[in-house]
Design a binder for this molecule. Structure first.
Ligand SMILES: [Fe+2]
Ligand SMILES: [Fe+2]
Length: 238
């Protein structure tokens, strides 16, 4: 039998009492001001765990696009600041491999295996996580001024980025369209909601108050440096 996790319940109550203390009012819609001038705040909507994982895939996708640009520059002998590549691989390591994939491996995959759902797919996804870590190690090792100046290392880095992109595009697409929807189907509603809270707590424990937004800001900084931030650049002239 599964009951409410007392730690999760305690945090929920703490959040509620903090939000209602000091005359700050909660409204069901967007925040604003009451007639008396009190500031109102919208309640922090809990992000479902699957949506949380999917927006993390958005970060992964943006790094795949950075790798694509980095690979293009290296193949054409164009300038690539090694720090930009290093920072990208570091986000993959700390945010995707050590956080996002750990959530999948600790919470999503075991539940699917236990329910006898997508068992073969889950095995492949886990193997791909392991391979991804090997590729990230290669990219990090080569992402120095000396490394990128050396032809052998440069080729190794290009190959690692290409393999990473080739594997993770279908990997994340399969998780978004098949794995997460199936997971949601088999999860009891209350447990699903509690998992969302647990993911959020873990996000802030690891990445501070800025959490996900802080990571997105770091990615945007790299995109600006490589001149691929402007969305309109990708609109075709048709
Ligand atoms: Fe995954
Ligand atoms: Fe994933």
């Amino acid at each position: 039998m599964t009951g409410v996790d007392p730690a999760v319940e305690r945090r929920r109550l703490l959040r509620l009492s903090a939000a209602t203390a000091g005359g700050v009012l909660l409204t069901a819609s967007a925040g604003g001001r009451t007639a008396a001038g009190d500031v109102t705040v919208a309640p922090a909507e809990e992000v479902p765990p699957t949506e949380d994982l999917m927006r993390e895939h958005g970060v992964l996708k943006r790094i795949l696009l950075i790798y694509e640009e980095a690979e293009r520059r290296l193949r054409h002998g164009k300038d690539l600041p090694p720090e930009a590549l290093r920072e990208s691989a570091d986000i993959i390591r700390t945010f995707i491999e050590q956080y996002h994939e750990k959530l999948e491996e600790n919470y999503i995959f075991p539940r699917l295996r236990k329910a006898g759902k997508l068992v073969d797919t889950v095995d492949v996804l886990k193997t791909q996580h392991d391979k991804g870590r090997i590729l990230t190690r290669r990219i990090l090792d080569g992402a120095t001024a000396k490394g990128l100046a050396d032809e052998h290392t440069r080729k190794r880095v290009v190959h690692a980025m290409r393999s990473f992109d080739r594997m993770y595009a279908p990997h994340e697409a399969r998780e978004d369209t098949v794995v997460f929807p199936t997971f949601r189907d088999i999860m009891p509603a209350r447990e699903f909601a509690e998992m969302g809270e647990r993911f959020e707590d873990e996000e802030h424990r690891r990445f501070g108050a800025a959490g996900f937004t802080g990571i997105v800001d770091r990615v945007a900084g790299i995109e600006r440096e490589l001149d691929i931030y402007q969305l309109s650049k990708f609109t075709p002239h048709v």
